[in-house]
Design a binder for this molecule. Structure first.
Ligand SMILES: [Zn+2]
Length: 642
Protein backbone atom coordinates (compact mmCIF):
# COMPACT_ATOMS: atom_id res chain seq x y z
CA UNK A 1 0.00 0.00 0.00
CA UNK A 2 1.03 3.60 -0.58
CA UNK A 3 4.53 2.38 -1.33
CA UNK A 4 5.43 5.57 -3.14
CA UNK A 5 4.20 7.62 -0.22
CA UNK A 6 7.29 6.72 1.73
CA UNK A 7 9.71 7.71 -1.01
CA UNK A 8 9.80 11.22 0.44
CA UNK A 9 11.43 10.03 3.56
CA UNK A 10 13.30 7.07 2.20
CA UNK A 11 16.44 9.15 2.35
CA UNK A 12 15.75 10.05 5.91
CA UNK A 13 14.73 6.56 6.95
CA UNK A 14 17.46 4.62 5.23
CA UNK A 15 16.50 1.23 6.60
CA UNK A 16 13.47 -0.83 5.66
CA UNK A 17 10.10 0.82 5.93
CA UNK A 18 7.38 -0.95 7.79
CA UNK A 19 5.02 -2.92 5.65
CA UNK A 20 1.69 -1.38 6.51
CA UNK A 21 -0.21 -4.15 4.75
CA UNK A 22 0.55 -6.69 7.38
CA UNK A 23 -1.92 -7.23 10.14
CA UNK A 24 0.02 -6.50 13.30
CA UNK A 25 0.77 -9.44 15.54
CA UNK A 26 1.45 -7.73 18.79
CA UNK A 27 3.31 -4.58 18.03
CA UNK A 28 2.28 -3.45 14.61
CA UNK A 29 4.35 -3.58 11.52
CA UNK A 30 7.03 -1.30 12.82
CA UNK A 31 10.64 -2.16 12.25
CA UNK A 32 11.28 -2.96 15.89
CA UNK A 33 9.12 -4.30 18.68
CA UNK A 34 9.44 -3.17 22.28
CA UNK A 35 10.04 -5.43 25.21
CA UNK A 36 7.42 -4.98 27.92
CA UNK A 37 8.43 -2.71 30.78
CA UNK A 38 10.57 -4.65 33.24
CA UNK A 39 12.42 -6.85 30.73
CA UNK A 40 15.28 -4.36 30.55
CA UNK A 41 16.62 -3.32 33.93
CA UNK A 42 19.26 -0.69 34.53
CA UNK A 43 22.67 -1.62 35.91
CA UNK A 44 25.98 0.12 36.53
CA UNK A 45 26.03 3.91 36.75
CA UNK A 46 22.50 4.24 35.37
CA UNK A 47 21.05 2.06 38.12
CA UNK A 48 22.99 4.03 40.73
CA UNK A 49 21.61 7.28 39.33
CA UNK A 50 18.02 6.01 39.17
CA UNK A 51 18.25 4.73 42.74
CA UNK A 52 19.57 8.11 43.82
CA UNK A 53 16.63 9.77 42.07
CA UNK A 54 14.21 7.47 43.89
CA UNK A 55 15.90 8.34 47.18
CA UNK A 56 15.77 11.98 46.08
CA UNK A 57 13.52 14.18 43.94
CA UNK A 58 11.66 11.38 42.14
CA UNK A 59 10.79 9.30 45.18
CA UNK A 60 9.90 12.19 47.48
CA UNK A 61 7.96 14.71 45.42
CA UNK A 62 4.70 13.73 47.12
CA UNK A 63 6.21 14.84 50.43
CA UNK A 64 7.44 18.14 48.97
CA UNK A 65 4.14 19.16 47.31
CA UNK A 66 1.52 16.97 49.03
CA UNK A 67 -1.32 19.36 48.17
CA UNK A 68 -0.67 18.90 44.42
CA UNK A 69 -0.06 15.16 44.46
CA UNK A 70 -2.90 14.33 46.83
CA UNK A 71 -5.60 16.52 45.24
CA UNK A 72 -8.35 13.92 44.56
CA UNK A 73 -9.02 15.46 41.14
CA UNK A 74 -9.85 12.07 39.57
CA UNK A 75 -12.12 11.14 42.46
CA UNK A 76 -14.11 13.11 44.99
CA UNK A 77 -12.90 16.47 43.67
CA UNK A 78 -13.62 16.01 39.98
CA UNK A 79 -14.09 19.29 38.16
CA UNK A 80 -17.61 20.63 37.64
CA UNK A 81 -19.09 23.84 36.24
CA UNK A 82 -18.59 25.73 39.49
CA UNK A 83 -15.01 24.54 40.16
CA UNK A 84 -12.64 27.32 41.00
CA UNK A 85 -9.11 27.78 39.76
CA UNK A 86 -6.67 25.94 42.00
CA UNK A 87 -4.01 27.58 44.06
CA UNK A 88 -0.83 25.80 43.00
CA UNK A 89 1.67 27.84 44.96
CA UNK A 90 3.34 29.26 41.84
CA UNK A 91 4.15 32.84 40.88
CA UNK A 92 2.32 32.58 37.54
CA UNK A 93 5.07 34.58 35.87
CA UNK A 94 5.60 33.77 32.24
CA UNK A 95 2.41 31.77 32.09
CA UNK A 96 -0.10 32.31 29.32
CA UNK A 97 -3.09 34.49 30.10
CA UNK A 98 -6.19 32.88 31.46
CA UNK A 99 -6.47 30.51 34.33
CA UNK A 100 -8.44 27.63 32.87
CA UNK A 101 -5.36 25.42 32.63
CA UNK A 102 -4.79 25.70 36.39
CA UNK A 103 -7.93 23.65 36.89
CA UNK A 104 -6.60 20.49 35.25
CA UNK A 105 -2.92 21.08 36.05
CA UNK A 106 -2.79 18.86 39.14
CA UNK A 107 -3.85 15.88 37.03
CA UNK A 108 -0.72 16.27 34.91
CA UNK A 109 1.53 16.85 37.92
CA UNK A 110 0.36 13.84 39.87
CA UNK A 111 -0.11 11.43 36.97
CA UNK A 112 3.26 12.20 35.37
CA UNK A 113 4.84 11.88 38.77
CA UNK A 114 3.16 8.55 39.50
CA UNK A 115 4.16 7.39 36.02
CA UNK A 116 7.80 8.13 36.87
CA UNK A 117 7.44 6.57 40.30
CA UNK A 118 5.88 3.34 39.00
CA UNK A 119 8.46 2.87 36.26
CA UNK A 120 11.45 3.56 38.50
CA UNK A 121 10.09 1.34 41.28
CA UNK A 122 9.53 -1.58 38.91
CA UNK A 123 12.84 -1.19 37.10
CA UNK A 124 14.75 -1.02 40.37
CA UNK A 125 12.79 -3.89 41.97
CA UNK A 126 12.17 -1.45 44.80
CA UNK A 127 9.68 -3.46 46.88
CA UNK A 128 8.43 -0.74 49.30
CA UNK A 129 7.90 1.67 46.40
CA UNK A 130 6.10 -1.03 44.40
CA UNK A 131 3.81 -1.57 47.40
CA UNK A 132 3.13 2.16 47.58
CA UNK A 133 2.39 2.27 43.85
CA UNK A 134 -0.04 -0.63 44.27
CA UNK A 135 -1.99 1.34 46.87
CA UNK A 136 -2.21 4.23 44.43
CA UNK A 137 -3.37 1.94 41.60
CA UNK A 138 -6.13 0.52 43.80
CA UNK A 139 -7.19 4.01 44.85
CA UNK A 140 -7.34 5.36 41.32
CA UNK A 141 -9.19 2.34 39.90
CA UNK A 142 -11.79 2.84 42.62
CA UNK A 143 -12.66 6.21 41.02
CA UNK A 144 -13.67 4.59 37.72
CA UNK A 145 -17.38 4.92 36.90
CA UNK A 146 -19.50 1.97 35.83
CA UNK A 147 -19.48 3.14 32.21
CA UNK A 148 -15.67 3.09 32.23
CA UNK A 149 -15.06 6.83 32.67
CA UNK A 150 -11.74 7.39 34.40
CA UNK A 151 -10.95 11.08 34.39
CA UNK A 152 -11.28 14.46 36.08
CA UNK A 153 -14.72 15.77 35.03
CA UNK A 154 -18.14 15.42 36.51
CA UNK A 155 -20.95 14.10 34.32
CA UNK A 156 -22.23 17.56 33.37
CA UNK A 157 -18.90 18.58 31.78
CA UNK A 158 -17.24 15.50 30.36
CA UNK A 159 -16.85 15.24 26.59
CA UNK A 160 -18.91 18.43 26.04
CA UNK A 161 -16.21 21.03 25.70
CA UNK A 162 -15.84 23.86 23.22
CA UNK A 163 -12.94 25.57 24.96
CA UNK A 164 -9.78 24.80 26.94
CA UNK A 165 -9.99 21.59 28.98
CA UNK A 166 -7.93 18.67 30.19
CA UNK A 167 -10.20 15.78 29.23
CA UNK A 168 -7.80 13.80 27.06
CA UNK A 169 -4.63 15.10 28.67
CA UNK A 170 -5.60 14.11 32.22
CA UNK A 171 -6.39 10.65 30.84
CA UNK A 172 -3.18 10.39 28.84
CA UNK A 173 -0.94 11.05 31.82
CA UNK A 174 -2.95 8.72 34.07
CA UNK A 175 -3.33 5.87 31.58
CA UNK A 176 0.35 5.90 30.61
CA UNK A 177 1.22 5.15 34.24
CA UNK A 178 -1.47 2.46 34.49
CA UNK A 179 -0.17 0.88 31.30
CA UNK A 180 3.33 0.83 32.78
CA UNK A 181 1.95 -0.91 35.85
CA UNK A 182 0.13 -3.48 33.72
CA UNK A 183 3.20 -4.17 31.61
CA UNK A 184 5.45 -4.49 34.61
CA UNK A 185 3.15 -6.65 36.73
CA UNK A 186 0.69 -8.33 34.36
CA UNK A 187 -2.13 -7.14 36.64
CA UNK A 188 -5.17 -8.06 34.54
CA UNK A 189 -7.53 -5.90 36.60
CA UNK A 190 -5.63 -2.83 35.46
CA UNK A 191 -5.78 -3.89 31.82
CA UNK A 192 -9.53 -4.47 32.10
CA UNK A 193 -9.97 -1.01 33.61
CA UNK A 194 -7.95 0.49 30.77
CA UNK A 195 -9.90 -1.37 28.10
CA UNK A 196 -13.10 0.06 29.54
CA UNK A 197 -11.66 3.54 30.03
CA UNK A 198 -10.32 3.83 26.48
CA UNK A 199 -13.55 2.39 25.14
CA UNK A 200 -15.41 5.11 27.02
CA UNK A 201 -13.36 7.75 25.19
CA UNK A 202 -13.88 6.14 21.80
CA UNK A 203 -17.61 5.87 22.45
CA UNK A 204 -18.06 9.46 23.57
CA UNK A 205 -15.75 10.95 20.96
CA UNK A 206 -16.70 8.57 18.13
CA UNK A 207 -14.27 8.08 15.25
CA UNK A 208 -14.86 10.60 12.45
CA UNK A 209 -18.13 11.74 14.06
CA UNK A 210 -16.95 13.94 16.86
CA UNK A 211 -14.79 16.99 17.36
CA UNK A 212 -12.59 16.44 20.44
CA UNK A 213 -10.14 19.19 19.47
CA UNK A 214 -12.76 21.87 19.01
CA UNK A 215 -11.57 24.28 21.70
CA UNK A 216 -12.61 27.67 20.35
CA UNK A 217 -10.17 30.44 19.52
CA UNK A 218 -8.51 30.92 22.87
CA UNK A 219 -5.53 29.31 24.50
CA UNK A 220 -5.93 25.57 24.45
CA UNK A 221 -2.71 24.09 25.78
CA UNK A 222 -4.49 21.33 27.69
CA UNK A 223 -6.53 20.30 24.68
CA UNK A 224 -3.38 20.25 22.55
CA UNK A 225 -1.51 18.16 25.17
CA UNK A 226 -4.43 15.74 24.86
CA UNK A 227 -3.25 14.82 21.37
CA UNK A 228 -0.67 12.60 23.07
CA UNK A 229 -3.56 10.30 23.91
CA UNK A 230 -2.02 8.57 20.88
CA UNK A 231 0.68 7.31 23.31
CA UNK A 232 -2.05 5.38 25.10
CA UNK A 233 -3.53 4.13 21.84
CA UNK A 234 -0.14 3.02 20.54
CA UNK A 235 0.49 1.05 23.73
CA UNK A 236 -3.04 -0.42 23.77
CA UNK A 237 -2.38 -1.61 20.25
CA UNK A 238 0.95 -3.14 21.25
CA UNK A 239 -0.78 -5.05 24.02
CA UNK A 240 -3.94 -6.15 22.21
CA UNK A 241 -2.98 -6.07 18.53
CA UNK A 242 -6.29 -4.30 17.87
CA UNK A 243 -5.94 -2.05 14.81
CA UNK A 244 -8.85 0.16 15.93
CA UNK A 245 -6.61 1.90 18.43
CA UNK A 246 -4.29 2.99 15.67
CA UNK A 247 -7.11 4.09 13.39
CA UNK A 248 -8.41 6.18 16.27
CA UNK A 249 -4.95 7.72 16.71
CA UNK A 250 -5.02 8.83 13.06
CA UNK A 251 -8.47 10.33 13.61
CA UNK A 252 -7.23 12.30 16.63
CA UNK A 253 -4.31 13.75 14.71
CA UNK A 254 -6.52 14.74 11.76
CA UNK A 255 -9.14 16.26 14.04
CA UNK A 256 -6.44 18.22 15.85
CA UNK A 257 -5.19 19.47 12.49
CA UNK A 258 -8.63 20.55 11.35
CA UNK A 259 -9.40 22.66 14.42
CA UNK A 260 -7.97 25.95 15.60
CA UNK A 261 -5.24 25.40 18.18
CA UNK A 262 -3.07 27.87 20.03
CA UNK A 263 -0.34 25.21 19.72
CA UNK A 264 -0.35 24.77 15.98
CA UNK A 265 3.21 23.70 15.08
CA UNK A 266 2.25 20.09 14.43
CA UNK A 267 -0.93 20.87 12.50
CA UNK A 268 -0.79 19.66 8.93
CA UNK A 269 -1.39 23.10 7.39
CA UNK A 270 1.36 24.66 9.47
CA UNK A 271 3.87 21.99 8.53
CA UNK A 272 3.05 22.09 4.82
CA UNK A 273 3.27 25.90 4.73
CA UNK A 274 6.75 26.62 3.35
CA UNK A 275 7.07 29.91 5.25
CA UNK A 276 5.98 28.54 8.59
CA UNK A 277 8.51 28.51 11.42
CA UNK A 278 8.05 26.55 14.62
CA UNK A 279 6.64 28.91 17.23
CA UNK A 280 4.51 27.01 19.75
CA UNK A 281 5.16 26.10 23.36
CA UNK A 282 8.17 23.80 22.95
CA UNK A 283 6.89 20.85 24.95
CA UNK A 284 3.81 20.64 22.72
CA UNK A 285 5.89 20.81 19.56
CA UNK A 286 8.13 17.91 20.57
CA UNK A 287 5.48 15.66 22.08
CA UNK A 288 3.34 16.16 18.96
CA UNK A 289 6.03 14.51 16.90
CA UNK A 290 4.62 11.21 18.23
CA UNK A 291 0.96 11.62 17.12
CA UNK A 292 2.18 12.80 13.71
CA UNK A 293 4.51 9.80 13.44
CA UNK A 294 1.77 7.35 14.33
CA UNK A 295 -0.68 9.03 11.95
CA UNK A 296 1.84 9.00 9.08
CA UNK A 297 2.89 5.39 9.54
CA UNK A 298 -0.56 3.97 10.18
CA UNK A 299 -2.29 5.79 7.34
CA UNK A 300 0.59 5.77 4.87
CA UNK A 301 -1.03 8.98 3.63
CA UNK A 302 1.35 10.79 1.31
CA UNK A 303 0.80 14.24 2.81
CA UNK A 304 1.26 13.02 6.34
CA UNK A 305 4.43 11.18 5.46
CA UNK A 306 5.79 14.28 3.77
CA UNK A 307 4.74 16.38 6.75
CA UNK A 308 6.57 14.04 9.12
CA UNK A 309 9.77 14.41 7.17
CA UNK A 310 9.47 18.23 7.16
CA UNK A 311 8.63 18.29 10.85
CA UNK A 312 11.68 16.22 11.80
CA UNK A 313 13.91 18.62 9.85
CA UNK A 314 12.28 21.68 11.44
CA UNK A 315 12.86 20.28 14.91
CA UNK A 316 16.52 19.70 14.11
CA UNK A 317 16.85 23.46 13.64
CA UNK A 318 15.49 24.12 17.13
CA UNK A 319 17.86 21.63 18.72
CA UNK A 320 21.22 22.60 20.21
CA UNK A 321 24.43 20.61 19.93
CA UNK A 322 23.54 18.64 23.08
CA UNK A 323 20.26 17.52 21.52
CA UNK A 324 18.26 19.94 23.65
CA UNK A 325 15.30 21.61 21.96
CA UNK A 326 14.20 25.23 22.50
CA UNK A 327 11.61 25.31 25.24
CA UNK A 328 11.92 28.58 27.14
CA UNK A 329 8.96 28.33 26.76
CA UNK A 330 7.76 29.30 23.26
CA UNK A 331 9.91 28.58 20.22
CA UNK A 332 8.86 31.84 18.55
CA UNK A 333 10.40 31.12 15.16
CA UNK A 334 13.94 30.91 16.54
CA UNK A 335 16.74 28.53 15.64
CA UNK A 336 18.80 26.88 18.36
CA UNK A 337 21.72 28.78 19.85
CA UNK A 338 24.18 27.43 22.40
CA UNK A 339 23.98 30.56 24.57
CA UNK A 340 20.62 32.14 23.76
CA UNK A 341 18.00 29.40 23.55
CA UNK A 342 16.94 27.80 26.80
CA UNK A 343 15.42 24.37 27.02
CA UNK A 344 12.91 23.01 29.48
CA UNK A 345 13.50 19.61 31.08
CA UNK A 346 10.02 18.62 29.86
CA UNK A 347 11.01 19.34 26.25
CA UNK A 348 14.16 17.23 26.61
CA UNK A 349 12.06 14.33 27.84
CA UNK A 350 9.33 14.70 25.24
CA UNK A 351 11.74 14.87 22.32
CA UNK A 352 13.63 11.81 23.61
CA UNK A 353 10.34 9.94 23.84
CA UNK A 354 9.39 10.98 20.31
CA UNK A 355 12.73 9.84 18.92
CA UNK A 356 12.23 6.50 20.69
CA UNK A 357 9.01 6.03 18.75
CA UNK A 358 10.67 7.02 15.46
CA UNK A 359 13.49 4.58 16.18
CA UNK A 360 11.00 1.78 16.74
CA UNK A 361 9.02 2.64 13.63
CA UNK A 362 11.93 3.09 11.22
CA UNK A 363 14.84 1.10 12.64
CA UNK A 364 16.99 4.03 11.59
CA UNK A 365 20.12 4.44 13.71
CA UNK A 366 20.09 8.22 13.39
CA UNK A 367 17.30 8.32 15.98
CA UNK A 368 19.39 6.20 18.36
CA UNK A 369 22.24 8.69 17.93
CA UNK A 370 19.84 11.51 18.80
CA UNK A 371 18.49 9.67 21.85
CA UNK A 372 22.00 9.04 23.17
CA UNK A 373 23.09 12.62 22.52
CA UNK A 374 20.08 14.09 24.29
CA UNK A 375 20.13 11.66 27.21
CA UNK A 376 23.89 11.51 27.84
CA UNK A 377 24.53 15.20 27.21
CA UNK A 378 21.48 17.50 27.33
CA UNK A 379 19.52 15.62 29.99
CA UNK A 380 22.54 14.82 32.18
CA UNK A 381 23.67 18.42 31.80
CA UNK A 382 20.38 19.72 33.22
CA UNK A 383 20.73 17.63 36.39
CA UNK A 384 22.72 18.89 39.32
CA UNK A 385 25.78 16.62 39.65
CA UNK A 386 26.04 17.24 43.41
CA UNK A 387 22.45 17.47 44.68
CA UNK A 388 19.13 15.79 43.91
CA UNK A 389 17.58 18.53 41.78
CA UNK A 390 17.28 19.66 38.19
CA UNK A 391 17.18 22.82 36.12
CA UNK A 392 13.75 23.79 34.79
CA UNK A 393 15.49 25.83 32.09
CA UNK A 394 19.09 25.54 31.03
CA UNK A 395 21.32 26.62 28.15
CA UNK A 396 24.27 24.73 26.67
CA UNK A 397 26.68 27.54 27.52
CA UNK A 398 25.63 28.28 31.07
CA UNK A 399 27.23 31.35 32.65
CA UNK A 400 25.04 31.73 35.73
CA UNK A 401 22.01 30.05 37.27
CA UNK A 402 20.43 32.87 39.26
CA UNK A 403 16.91 32.59 37.87
CA UNK A 404 17.30 34.37 34.56
CA UNK A 405 19.06 33.27 31.40
CA UNK A 406 22.79 33.88 31.69
CA UNK A 407 22.18 37.05 33.69
CA UNK A 408 19.65 38.55 31.28
CA UNK A 409 17.72 41.52 32.66
CA UNK A 410 14.09 40.53 32.67
CA UNK A 411 12.00 43.56 33.63
CA UNK A 412 8.48 43.04 34.83
CA UNK A 413 8.81 39.35 35.25
CA UNK A 414 10.39 37.39 37.99
CA UNK A 415 12.05 34.62 36.07
CA UNK A 416 13.04 31.75 38.36
CA UNK A 417 13.36 28.90 35.90
CA UNK A 418 17.16 29.05 35.58
CA UNK A 419 18.06 27.45 38.88
CA UNK A 420 18.28 23.93 40.30
CA UNK A 421 15.33 22.71 42.32
CA UNK A 422 13.83 19.37 43.43
CA UNK A 423 10.36 20.92 42.90
CA UNK A 424 10.22 24.20 40.89
CA UNK A 425 6.87 24.95 42.47
CA UNK A 426 7.30 28.70 41.87
CA UNK A 427 6.85 27.97 38.15
CA UNK A 428 5.22 24.58 37.66
CA UNK A 429 5.86 21.08 38.95
CA UNK A 430 6.15 19.63 35.45
CA UNK A 431 9.88 19.24 34.85
CA UNK A 432 10.64 17.28 38.01
CA UNK A 433 8.19 14.43 37.19
CA UNK A 434 9.47 14.38 33.61
CA UNK A 435 13.06 14.23 34.84
CA UNK A 436 11.95 10.99 36.53
CA UNK A 437 10.34 9.67 33.37
CA UNK A 438 13.30 10.10 31.07
CA UNK A 439 15.53 7.25 32.33
CA UNK A 440 12.84 4.56 31.98
CA UNK A 441 11.98 6.02 28.57
CA UNK A 442 15.64 5.83 27.53
CA UNK A 443 16.01 2.25 28.78
CA UNK A 444 13.20 0.90 26.61
CA UNK A 445 15.31 1.47 23.48
CA UNK A 446 18.32 -0.45 24.84
CA UNK A 447 17.01 -3.71 23.46
CA UNK A 448 14.46 -4.02 20.67
CA UNK A 449 13.18 -7.03 18.74
CA UNK A 450 13.43 -7.29 14.99
CA UNK A 451 11.49 -9.83 12.92
CA UNK A 452 10.48 -11.66 16.09
CA UNK A 453 13.87 -13.35 16.35
CA UNK A 454 16.71 -10.82 16.35
CA UNK A 455 17.72 -9.13 19.58
CA UNK A 456 19.03 -5.67 18.89
CA UNK A 457 21.06 -3.56 21.33
CA UNK A 458 20.17 -0.21 19.85
CA UNK A 459 20.78 2.44 22.47
CA UNK A 460 23.81 1.52 24.52
CA UNK A 461 24.25 1.67 28.31
CA UNK A 462 24.71 -0.69 31.27
CA UNK A 463 21.59 -2.85 31.57
CA UNK A 464 20.27 -6.38 31.96
CA UNK A 465 17.82 -7.96 29.54
CA UNK A 466 15.73 -10.86 30.77
CA UNK A 467 13.48 -12.54 28.26
CA UNK A 468 12.66 -15.88 26.67
CA UNK A 469 13.49 -17.12 23.19
CA UNK A 470 11.16 -19.93 22.08
CA UNK A 471 10.22 -20.38 25.74
CA UNK A 472 13.83 -20.76 26.84
CA UNK A 473 14.93 -18.18 29.39
CA UNK A 474 17.69 -15.85 28.30
CA UNK A 475 19.57 -13.20 30.25
CA UNK A 476 22.00 -10.77 28.69
CA UNK A 477 23.94 -8.49 30.94
CA UNK A 478 25.49 -5.54 29.13
CA UNK A 479 28.43 -4.74 31.39
CA UNK A 480 29.92 -1.39 30.50
CA UNK A 481 30.61 2.05 31.80
CA UNK A 482 29.39 3.49 28.49
CA UNK A 483 29.37 6.34 27.50
CA UNK A 484 32.27 7.07 29.88
CA UNK A 485 34.10 4.10 28.36
CA UNK A 486 33.53 2.39 24.99
CA UNK A 487 34.11 -1.24 26.01
CA UNK A 488 31.29 -3.77 26.33
CA UNK A 489 31.12 -7.18 27.88
CA UNK A 490 27.85 -8.95 27.08
CA UNK A 491 27.38 -11.78 29.56
CA UNK A 492 24.90 -14.23 28.12
CA UNK A 493 23.22 -16.92 30.18
CA UNK A 494 20.49 -19.12 28.79
CA UNK A 495 18.42 -22.10 29.85
CA UNK A 496 20.33 -24.08 27.23
CA UNK A 497 22.77 -23.61 24.35
CA UNK A 498 21.07 -21.73 21.57
CA UNK A 499 21.53 -20.04 18.23
CA UNK A 500 20.90 -16.37 18.68
CA UNK A 501 20.94 -13.59 16.16
CA UNK A 502 22.20 -10.60 18.05
CA UNK A 503 22.77 -7.11 16.73
CA UNK A 504 24.58 -4.21 18.33
CA UNK A 505 24.39 -0.69 16.94
CA UNK A 506 27.68 0.66 15.69
CA UNK A 507 27.80 4.28 16.88
CA UNK A 508 28.42 6.68 14.01
CA UNK A 509 31.57 8.01 15.71
CA UNK A 510 33.17 4.55 16.05
CA UNK A 511 36.32 4.34 13.94
CA UNK A 512 36.93 0.64 14.37
CA UNK A 513 35.24 -2.31 15.99
CA UNK A 514 37.44 -4.47 18.17
CA UNK A 515 36.13 -7.98 18.81
CA UNK A 516 37.23 -11.58 18.45
CA UNK A 517 33.79 -12.50 17.14
CA UNK A 518 32.81 -12.99 13.52
CA UNK A 519 30.31 -10.38 12.45
CA UNK A 520 28.74 -8.66 9.49
CA UNK A 521 27.60 -5.05 9.14
CA UNK A 522 24.01 -4.22 8.25
CA UNK A 523 22.48 -0.70 8.13
CA UNK A 524 24.63 0.58 10.96
CA UNK A 525 24.31 -2.59 13.06
CA UNK A 526 26.87 -5.26 13.85
CA UNK A 527 25.28 -8.69 13.41
CA UNK A 528 26.54 -11.68 15.39
CA UNK A 529 25.03 -14.98 14.36
CA UNK A 530 26.34 -17.98 16.24
CA UNK A 531 25.59 -20.63 18.77
CA UNK A 532 25.88 -19.36 22.32
CA UNK A 533 26.47 -21.83 25.10
CA UNK A 534 24.40 -21.52 28.26
CA UNK A 535 27.14 -19.43 29.87
CA UNK A 536 28.76 -17.38 27.22
CA UNK A 537 30.03 -13.91 26.57
CA UNK A 538 30.83 -11.45 23.86
CA UNK A 539 33.44 -8.71 24.03
CA UNK A 540 33.26 -5.58 21.97
CA UNK A 541 35.06 -2.28 21.90
CA UNK A 542 34.76 0.83 19.75
CA UNK A 543 37.75 3.01 19.13
CA UNK A 544 37.34 6.71 18.51
CA UNK A 545 39.17 10.03 18.40
CA UNK A 546 38.50 13.50 19.65
CA UNK A 547 36.24 15.13 17.11
CA UNK A 548 35.83 18.87 16.60
CA UNK A 549 32.27 19.44 15.47
CA UNK A 550 30.20 22.46 14.47
CA UNK A 551 26.73 23.44 15.59
CA UNK A 552 24.12 25.21 13.45
CA UNK A 553 25.82 28.56 14.08
CA UNK A 554 29.28 27.22 13.20
CA UNK A 555 30.44 27.30 16.79
CA UNK A 556 32.94 24.54 17.51
CA UNK A 557 32.68 21.86 20.17
CA UNK A 558 34.59 18.77 21.21
CA UNK A 559 33.33 15.21 21.44
CA UNK A 560 34.88 11.90 22.30
CA UNK A 561 32.61 8.94 21.63
CA UNK A 562 29.03 9.74 22.61
CA UNK A 563 30.03 12.47 25.04
CA UNK A 564 30.36 16.20 24.55
CA UNK A 565 33.05 17.92 26.60
CA UNK A 566 32.79 21.35 28.19
CA UNK A 567 34.96 23.70 30.20
CA UNK A 568 33.47 23.92 33.69
CA UNK A 569 33.22 27.45 35.10
CA UNK A 570 34.01 27.65 38.81
CA UNK A 571 30.94 28.88 40.68
CA UNK A 572 29.74 29.89 44.08
CA UNK A 573 26.77 27.85 45.21
CA UNK A 574 23.94 29.76 46.87
CA UNK A 575 21.29 27.66 48.61
CA UNK A 576 17.69 28.83 48.17
CA UNK A 577 14.25 27.64 49.29
CA UNK A 578 14.35 24.65 51.65
CA UNK A 579 11.46 22.21 51.12
CA UNK A 580 12.50 19.50 53.56
CA UNK A 581 15.77 18.25 55.01
CA UNK A 582 17.97 17.37 52.04
CA UNK A 583 15.70 19.09 49.53
CA UNK A 584 16.47 22.64 48.52
CA UNK A 585 17.03 24.98 45.61
CA UNK A 586 20.48 26.02 44.45
CA UNK A 587 21.64 29.06 42.50
CA UNK A 588 25.09 29.49 41.01
CA UNK A 589 27.11 32.59 40.34
CA UNK A 590 30.41 32.43 38.41
CA UNK A 591 33.68 33.18 40.20
CA UNK A 592 35.52 34.11 37.02
CA UNK A 593 33.73 34.41 33.73
CA UNK A 594 36.67 34.22 31.36
CA UNK A 595 35.50 32.78 28.07
CA UNK A 596 37.61 31.06 25.47
CA UNK A 597 37.84 31.17 21.70
CA UNK A 598 38.54 28.32 19.32
CA UNK A 599 41.90 27.64 17.81
CA UNK A 600 42.32 25.10 15.05
CA UNK A 601 45.84 24.46 16.17
CA UNK A 602 44.76 23.20 19.57
CA UNK A 603 46.74 20.01 20.38
CA UNK A 604 43.65 18.37 21.85
CA UNK A 605 44.45 15.22 23.83
CA UNK A 606 42.05 12.78 25.48
CA UNK A 607 43.27 11.31 28.77
CA UNK A 608 41.47 9.79 31.78
CA UNK A 609 38.03 10.98 30.76
CA UNK A 610 39.14 14.56 30.03
CA UNK A 611 40.17 16.53 26.99
CA UNK A 612 43.13 18.90 27.31
CA UNK A 613 43.06 21.53 24.61
CA UNK A 614 44.67 24.85 23.78
CA UNK A 615 42.06 27.60 23.47
CA UNK A 616 42.29 31.39 23.25
CA UNK A 617 41.66 33.31 26.46
CA UNK A 618 39.26 36.10 25.45
CA UNK A 619 40.81 38.54 27.95
CA UNK A 620 44.52 38.00 27.32
CA UNK A 621 44.04 36.89 23.68
CA UNK A 622 46.67 34.25 24.42
CA UNK A 623 46.42 30.52 24.03
CA UNK A 624 46.05 28.54 27.19
CA UNK A 625 45.78 24.87 28.05
CA UNK A 626 42.19 24.22 29.14
CA UNK A 627 40.63 21.04 30.59
CA UNK A 628 37.26 19.90 29.30
CA UNK A 629 35.11 17.38 31.17
CA UNK A 630 31.89 15.58 30.21
CA UNK A 631 29.15 18.19 29.68
CA UNK A 632 26.78 16.14 31.87
CA UNK A 633 29.00 16.63 34.90
CA UNK A 634 29.03 20.43 34.73
CA UNK A 635 26.91 23.22 36.23
CA UNK A 636 28.24 26.49 34.80
CA UNK A 637 30.20 25.86 31.61
CA UNK A 638 31.34 26.86 28.18
CA UNK A 639 30.79 24.13 25.62
CA UNK A 640 30.91 25.93 22.27
CA UNK A 641 33.82 28.01 21.08
CA UNK A 642 33.78 30.67 18.35
ZN1 LIG B 1 8.47 21.44 32.58
Amino acid sequence: MHKHAFDHISMLFASDRPNLNEVPETDGSWKFRLFPLGSIKPSGWLKTQMQKDMDGFVGNLDKLVPELINDPIYGTERLHSKSKTKELGNLKSGDPEGEEHYKWWNSETQSNWWDAYIRNALLLDDKPSIEKAKTYIDRILFTQDKDGYLGIYDKELRYKFTSENGELWSKTTLYRGLLAWYEGTGDRIVLDALLKAVHNVMQNYPLNQSDPFNAGNGLSGGVAHGLTFTDVLDKMHQITGDQRYLDYAVFLYLNFSQNYSSEKDAQLNSILDKDYKLQSHGVHTYEHLRPLTVAAFVSGNEELVKALSIYISSIEKTTTLTGSPIGDEWIDGRNADATQTGYEYCSIHELTDSYSLLLRMTGNCQFAEKIENTFFNGAQGSRNPDHSCIAYLKTDNSFEMMGTKNGEIDPGRKQTRYKYSPVHQDVAVCCVPNAGRISPCFLQSCWLIEDNNILVAVVLCPNILQTTVKNIPLRIEEITNYPYDNRFHFKISGGEDMNIRLKVRKPEWAKTIKTKEKYSLENGFILFNRKFSRNDSLELEFSTDIRVREDLNHEKYFTYGALIYARPIAAREIPGIVYAPGFKDFNYIPMDLTLYGFSSNNNAVFRDGRISVRLINSKTKKKEMVELIPFGKTILRQVSFK
